[in-house]
Design a protein around this ligand. Structure first.
Ligand SMILES: NC(=O)c1ccc[n+]([C@@H]2O[C@H](COP(=O)([O-])OP(=O)(O)OC[C@H]3O[C@@H](n4cnc5c(N)ncnc54)[C@H](O)[C@@H]3O)[C@@H](O)[C@H]2O)c1
Length: 258
């Protein structure tokens, strides 16, 4: 018996890297996995390896989510939605960022998550249970100067996850964000991999991120931001307190800006 026997999972970006590792791990636990990817042959290959169902779709195009909804309906519904597809711009200089690069990253990393959650939420609600996991990044909770717009998109999905969690809890659905450090996938090929080449800093194997995803799916906690770093178990990130209004007579001081 696997932990996901009889369950249906959707994994976006399932043809490569973290998505492929997670889809494979979910299938190993008994899930029927709908592998969604803009790389059609890649989705076919991954799905055939794990006994899943391929859907060739671009997550940034709202109408293409209809094919994902059709696929899960043909499987009787969905239990796990892993919104993982993502891209970087590789551009640290904002002035050089082209419109097309900007629209692409916003489309995949932000629209793709919103469209996916919106399209599949009614299916999860129909079950009265389920789990959504979103791949954010360490760049979603800290500065990432090599690609500031990438960091912006990942901060956006962290905010979405934390803010949606209370509403989804009413529906019996959890939502959690995974924030890995540098993972050994094709996404970091080029400048980042080259920069890491001479260093001792270890990359995270995609399978380690998949374990964190599985743990988030299995648990009951929601609204979590889960950090995955090399050489340690995944940990929940805790945000610092936000200063409240200053009330006459209240103890404590807030440091001034500047
Ligand atoms: N690799 C890292 O160091 C790292 C670190 C933190 C977070 N992440 C995040 O992890 C997620 C997965 O990245 P990865 O490292 O596995 O990269 P990857 O390049 O190996 O895989 C990404 C997959 O997403 C697919 N994809 C891209 N655009 C798409 C679209 N519009 N519609 C559907 N599919 C699309 C690609 O075809 C590819 O199969 C991304 O959200 C990324 O931002 C990666």
């Amino acid at each position: 018996m696997g932990a996901l026997d009889q369950k249906v999972a959707v994994v976006t970006g399932g043809a490569s890297g973290i998505g492929l590792a997670s889809a494979t791990r979910m299938a190993g636990e008994g899930a029927k996995v709908v592998v969604v990817d803009a790389d059609g042959p890649g989705a076919e290959r991954a799905a055939s390896e794990i006994g899943g169902v391929p859907v060739h779709a671009d997550v940034s195009r709202r109408p293409q989510w209809d094919a994902v909804v059709d696929a899960v309906r043909s499987l009787g519904g969905v239990d796990v939605v892993y919104l993982n597809a993502g891209v970087g711009t590789g551009q640290r200089e904002l002035a050089l960022l082209e419109d097309e690069q900007y629209r692409r990253i916003m489309g995949v990393n932000v629209d793709g998550v919103v469209f996916g959650a919106r399209a599949l939420l009614p299916e999860l609600e129909a079950r009265g249970s389920g789990a959504i996991v979103v791949t954010a990044s360490l760049a979603g909770i800290m500065a990432f100067p090599p690609d500031p717009v990438y960091a912006m998109t990942k901060h956006a999905v962290v905010g979405l996850v934390r803010s949606l969690a209370p509403y989804l809890a009413e529906k019996g659905v959890t939502i959690n964000a995974i924030c890995p450090g540098l993972v050994d996938t094709p996404l970091i090929d080029g400048k980042i991999r080259d920069a890491m080449a001479g260093s001792d800093f270890p990359l995270i194997p995609p399978g380690s991120v998949a374990e964190a995803v599985l743990a988030a799916v299995a648990g009951t906690a929601t609204g979590q931001v889960i950090v995955v770093q090399p050489g340690r178990a995944p940990v929940r990130y805790r945000f610092g307190g936000v200063p409240g209004p200053r009330v006459a007579g209240a103890a404590g001081t807030t440091p001034p800006i500047g």
